[in-house]
Design a protein around this ligand. Structure first.
Ligand SMILES: [Zn+2]
Length: 496
């Protein structure tokens, strides 16, 4: 038997090529249509979708079928058949179909001969080479000789009207434009289980409507005057990129088990359960951070993609901390109850970017990814951790700042104490002064300034005792002392 996989690589980067939300959403829809094997895409009339589905392509390749014993990964189509040339031809046709509609996607096909799905796992484990073909992003197109207005990274090849604006777009961005195929998908009778359709599923299960763009999302974060410690709370969003730690080890273990027992049943089951848990964690976070009287029927979150265990989502900046902590604690609880013992040792890490709503989504995703890697790396992927960057205040060069989830209560206590510094009229100004003093690079000068501040500013003494320890006046105030307090002050900027 011959086994083939056709997969889209670097999906997050591909989704984030668009500057605008319509482009990201359009790309999700296209990736769903072009890799769907559930039948949902087939049920949508050809005239509406305007593209061929995987099943339609397979009808032209007799003997080649979907491999149902493989792990269901979004953006990957798994095939099998008795003849090499037929399997190769089918894989190539599916890859070409993807490239035809999404030329900027990076696609790879891989084919190997094996006795069974389990034998494929064994060959992968032993590192036996497969025959692979890569289809890199196609960026050069003729004839407009003008960079694409939406992604700037490819040449424009056609003029397209997008939301009343005539744009010169590359093929990939043009395919993302809203049309009947997107509308039909939104109202299709069956809700696809694909990770590309996570926003649709959340909207349906919570019975809410979609935000139009990042500007509207940011606006939902506006705080009533009495709650706001900042002047403007309606123009910032936060993008969270979270994923599981220790999944590699867990799946390695499950693959070994599958090879030993000759069945992928358990592997498929655990992988499905982790995906479900991640989706439930996401739903809980959206629900908890929702404020019905302000949001009305609109969902104040844009889930971009839900992979097996990874999730990329944007929320209003003033909701991000509630969102993140709910997501992490829910995941901790759900995984802690998993019947499979090895799943209980999985933790999650997150990278969070807080920025102006006009900061390009591609840059947000790239920075969130770097922060996520940092959060994982600091505790060697053994802990529940997060790293964040408040771009407007801290720039876009990632700080080396990672906090463990179990340190959150300490940060809450610091925030509570920091709320009271400077008395009634203190507030933001007092905290901005404090932040500047804490950041003084010269430890000697910093220590003197902070001692002075403790005597002069209301509430500062109590705050420093809590942050640095009761004996803090006896020794220099080092970076290790100031780390948590600076972190807490940064979190407070967007926490109501
Ligand atoms: Zn483009």
């Amino acid at each position: 038997m011959f086994y083939a996989s056709v997969g889209v690589k670097q999906i997050q980067a591909h989704l984030a090529r668009s500057r605008h939300l319509w482009g990201r959403r359009g790309a999700s829809d296209m990736l769903f249509y072009l890799t769907d094997i559930s039948g949902v895409a087939d049920d949508i009339p050809v005239a509406t979708r305007g593209l061929r589905t995987v099943r339609e392509i397979l009808e032209e390749h007799p003997g080649v079928v979907i491999n149902i014993d493989s792990v269901d990964t979004d953006g990957v189509v798994q095939l099998q058949g008795p003849g090499r040339s037929a399997v190769e031809a089918a894989a190539r046709a599916i890859a070409h179909n993807l490239k035809l509609h999404l030329p900027a996607a990076s696609v790879e096909t891989s084919i190997r001969e094996a006795a069974s799905s389990v034998a494929v796992l064994r060959a992968e484990r032993e590192g036996e080479p497969a025959s692979t073909t890569a289809y890199p992003p196609t960026v050069i197109e003729f004839p407009l000789a003008h960079h694409c207005d939406e992604c700037s990274s490819a040449m424009a090849s056609r003029e397209v009207r997008v939301r009343e604006q005539l744009l010169r777009l590359c093929g990939d961005c043009a395919a993302r434009n809203e049309g009947p195929r997107n509308e039909t998908l939104r109202s299709s009778a069956t809700v696809p289980t694909s990770g590309f359709m996570v926003e649709q599923r959340m909207l349906r299960s919570l019975q809410l409507t979609q935000v139009q763009d990042f500007k509207q999302l940011a606006g939902l974060g506006q705080l009533p005057a009495e709650e706001a410690r900042r002047t403007t709370t309606n123009n910032h969003i936060a993008t969270v990129f979270a994923d599981g730690n220790g999944l590699g080890g867990l799946f390695g273990h499950l693959r070994d088990e599958a090879i030993r027992d000759g069945s992928t049943r358990h592997l498929l089951e655990v992988s499905k359960r982790i995906k479900q848990a991640t989706e439930n964690g996401l739903r809980a976070a959206i629900e908890t951070s929702r404020i019905a009287e302000r949001d009305g029927k609109v969902m104040a979150a844009i889930p971009h993609i839900l992979g097996g265990d990874d999730v990329l989502v944007s929320v209003p900046a003033t909701r991000v901390w509630t969102f993140l902590i709910t997501f992490m604690t829910t995941m901790q609880q759900l995984l802690g109850e998993d019947p499979y013992e090895e799943a209980r040792s999985i933790s999650f890490s997150a990278g969070v970017v807080i920025c102006h709503q006009a900061f390009p989504i591609g840059d947000q995703v790239e920075l969130a990814e770097r922060l996520l890697r940092q959060a994982k790396w600091v505790e060697q992927g053994q802990e529940w951790t997060f790293a964040w960057q408040d771009v407007t205040n801290e720039g876009s060069q990632p700080l080396e700042r990672v906090v463990r989830l179990d340190e959150w209560p300490r940060h809450e206590a610091l925030m509570e104490a920091a709320r009271h510094i400077g008395g009634e009229k203190g507030g933001n100004t007092a905290r901005a002064t404090l932040r500047a003093e804490l950041r003084l690079p010269d430890i000697g000068a910093r220590t003197l300034r902070l001692r002075h501040l403790a005597d002069r500013m209301e509430g500062a003494e109590d705050l420093f005792n809590l942050a640095f320890g009761q004996e803090w006046r006896d020794e220099p105030v080092t970076d290790a002392h100031t780390r948590d307090l600076l972190g807490a002050l940064s979190i407070m900027r967007w926490l109501p």
